[in-house]
Ligand binder design. Structure first.
Ligand code: 13P
Length: 253
């Protein structure tokens, strides 16, 4: 059975104290929910990770993750963080291939494949992001682009390895714009991704992989998006910075 997941991608927000306060508020609100069916993940800036993991440690359904990693084990890579370092801070997930990293830091399919490999090697679950910019959607070539993104960075993995990954579909035109994909657009792409996974691996493997939607997901639209058969949760940006909103989304299944 695939898991329902709501992950917060804080991006470059919150100083140390603000971040820790946010996590404490989220935990307090989330723990009020008796029958938890959702896993929640805080993908914080590196500075919060160690303390965040300590705070979430004893909460079975709450996890932490990084927002990026380097593929090398160690070395002269100023400013970078390895998967072993993330792991040593208590992280169990790492976002890989977010469109902001592809756009502003020119990350390539090949580099992302190496990051995915390193994450899996260190027992971190990659949350692999894919998504198309507006001009690709308008040219109606979005399905092809997403196929390419997952093929180039994920399809070298074995069945066992791909089973340990989470995929997030985040249309670039919906990120931080207030514009959400319609439920039909989200479902179409998620089903497309699952079909590609079934084709490359097998139906059982594809059925068990969680595929999250990201892009202006908020309490007012989460329920509808999450009701789609192939939408297994969300990767949340702006709304993850407000405890009430993030937990309302987590409780939207
Ligand atoms: P918003 O929810 O702010 O649109 O951001 C989505 C996102 O990029 C999550 O990774």
């Amino acid at each position: 059975m695939r898991k329902k997941i709501v992950a917060g991608n804080w991006k470059m927000h919150k100083n140390y104290k603000e971040g820790i306060d946010l996590i404490e508020s989220c935990i307090r609100l989330f723990e009020k929910e008796k029958n938890k069916t959702t896993e929640i993940i805080f993908c914080t800036p590196f500075i919060h990770l160690h303390k965040a993991s300590k705070l979430t440690d004893e909460h079975k359904h709450i996890h932490t993750g990084g927002q990026n990693c380097h593929w090398e084990e160690q070395g002269a890579f100023t400013g970078e963080t390895s998967c072993a370092m993330l792991k040593s801070c208590g992280a169990s997930f790492v976002i890989i291939g977010h469109s902001e990293r592809r756009m502003y830091f020119n990350e390539t399919h090949e580099q992302l494949a190496k990051k995915v490999d390193s994450a899996l090697k260190h027992n971190l679950i990659p949350i692999f992001c894919c998504g198309e910019p507006l001009e690709i959607r308008e040219a109606n070539t979005h399905l092809e682009l997403i196929s390419k993104q997952i093929r180039e960075s994920l399809f070298h993995l074995s069945k066992e390895q791909i089973s340990k990954t989470v995929i997030a579909y985040e249309p670039v035109w919906a990120i931080g714009t207030g514009k959400t994909a319609t439920t039909e657009q989200a479902q179409e792409m998620h089903a497309h991704i699952r079909k590609a996974l079934a084709h490359q691996y097998d139906l059982e493997t594809a059925t068990n992989i969680s595929i999250l939607y990201g892009g202006s997901c908020k309490p007012s639209n989460a329920k509808e998006l999450f009701s789609q058969p192939d939408v297994d949760g969300g990767l949340i940006g702006g709304a993850a910075l407000v405890a009430e909103d993030f937990i309302a989304i987590a409780n939207s299944f």
